[in-house]
Design a protein around this ligand. Structure first.
Ligand SMILES: Nc1ncnc2c1ncn2[C@@H]1O[C@H](COP(=O)(O)OP(=O)(O)OP(=O)(O)O)[C@@H](O)[C@H]1O
Ligand SMILES: [Mg+2]
Length: 435
């Protein structure tokens, strides 16, 4: 017995009406953050599920371990919202939400486990919806195509077609395959390409708190806001960072004090420099670059052995700790090079934490986020000059900005830039950049 839920005209932001009623087979939803696009897809899938008892939805993300906190909870929310959650069984393994009577429902999988994906069996009914959430993080159009092919085989009743939903926040890099994918299908008859932003949320689902946060981004860094919240493909630019967002200060603002210290080290090899930055976090969650220790072996006849480098590192930690007299929360080091880490453990019996690096663009994005919130200060002292200089000069490698390439930076004089990225990446939660 079909059940009617989710009257779109009561709940939906009008911008999404065309999405709700479309019969097209492929629906691309790009947009800025908080535009309600994921909610709309989940509500639509629930509406269709209840209308067609034998219909199933397959919901995918690139990485399986992100499913539970995103799409699985999103569908659970939509089922509760529609008042039908009690008709379903929620399972963790395999991850699915199944209607108690009909045996059909929502099946979740990560594309990072092709075997599991292949063995995803839909025991009852047919697949009427396929949703690629955060589609930009999949390997490419070909990967989406291959997955789509496996689900498109069964014939749907009443001449209906399976619908595929793609949702994501655009990459800033115009050459990213996902941007080309959206552009390419704009004039394709069987595709609906839709773009939305938080400003389309005229029903006011976004909290005052998030709206204030967005306004703050807009005030500090309009480019970041255009990208993150308007969902514009703003490009990479030449310079990685906008130097104006590193606020030079002579002393802490009057109503701020440090509560903790952090260090991050980028270790060089025979000829490249080793740098460590000392960072403080204030009671207002601002970040202060307090000091920089920089050693370059270039042109030196006596190059410091590791035992001397670790002594310098120890002395730097101590110097900063004594000066600011607040606890040290984390010491981070480049994970690529174990030499100094082992030497330090040998000399001082302490493990410096090796950062779990991710793709360069992603590490840089976290720094952008922090900068765009207006939270980064740099103590205006001589030893920090190198930090400022390197960040000002830091550039994208233009020849990597092209289709099919991962954007790379020019790796000259970028040691403090690496330090700062390691600091941010190693402390995402403390910095409020990840929950
Ligand atoms: N019908 C609704 N009822 C209540 N809250 C809603 C509704 N639709 C959306 N929201 C809320 O609005 C906020 C933004 O929605 P959503 O997460 O779907 O946006 P998004 O565009 O997918 O965001 P992101 O780009 O961050 O993934 C969420 O907090 C969501 O819970
Ligand atoms: Mg979303």
């Amino acid at each position: 017995m079909p059940i009617k839920v989710n009257d779109p005209f009561k709940k939906l932001n009008p911008k999404f009406y065309p999405v709700w009623i479309t019969k097209k087979s492929d629906i691309i939803l790009t947009g800025g953050r908080s535009s309600t696009k994921s909610s709309v897809v989940s509500q639509k899938l629930v509406e269709k599920k209840m209308r067609y008892p034998m219909g199933n939805a397959v919901i995918l993300r690139q990485v399986a371990n992100t499913l539970r906190k995103s799409v699985y909870s999103q569908i659970s929310w939509a089922l509760h919202d529609a008042g039908v959650a009690n008709q379903f069984i929620f399972k963790a393994n395999p991850m699915e939400i199944i209607h108690k009577k009909w045996g059909t429902g929502f099946h979740f999988s990560g594309a990072d486990d092709p075997e599991k994906l292949k063995s995803l069996i839909i025991p009852v009914g047919y697949v009427q919806d396929l949703w690629f959430e955060e589609a930009n993080s999949f390997d490419g159009e070909k990967a989406l195509d291959t997955i789509q092919d496996t689900f498109i085989r069964k014939v749907l009743p009443d001449g209906r077609e399976m619908q595929t939903w793609y949702s994501w926040n655009p990459e800033r890099n115009p050459y990213h395959w996902s941007n080309e994918f959206a552009k390419k299908h704009k004039n394709n008859e069987s595709y609906l390409v839709h773009h939305s932003t938080y400003m389309d949320d005229i029903r006011g689902y976004n909290s005052k708190q998030i709206l204030n946060k967005i306004e703050n981004y807009k005030k500090n860094d309009i480019d970041y806001w255009r990208w993150m919240y308007k969902g514009e493909v703003i490009g990479m630019g030449d310079n990685v960072y906008n130097a104006d967002l590193f606020h030079l200060i002579d002393e802490l603002p009057e109503d701020e004090h440090l509560y903790g210290l952090y260090f991050a080290t980028d270790t060089g090899h025979m000829v490249s420099a080793t740098a460590t930055i000392a960072v403080g976090i204030t009671n207002k969650q601002n970040i202060v670059i307090l000091d920089t220790d920089y050693y370059s072996p270039k042109g030196k006849t006596h190059k410091k052995p590791p035992s001397e480098m670790t002594k310098d590192l120890y002395d730097f930690y101590e110097k900063v700790r004594k000066k600011y007299n607040v606890p040290i929360y984390q010491k981070t080091i480049d994970s690529a090079e174990g030499g100094i880490r082992n030497q330090y453990f040998n000399d001082y019996g302490e493990h410096i934490h090796a950062v779990a690096k991710s793709k360069k663009v992603d590490m840089i994005d976290y720094v952008h986020d922090l900068l765009a919130q207006g939270r980064v200060y740099v103590m205006n002292i001589l030893s920090n000059k190198i930090f400022m200089d390197e960040h000002k000069k830091y550039q994208w490698d233009q020849k990597t900005l092209q289709p099919g390439r991962e954007p790379e930076v020019i790796k000259d004089d970028d040691h403090t830039c690496d330090c700062f990225q390691y600091f941010v990446k190693d402390n995402l939660r403390q910095l409020g950049l990840k929950f």
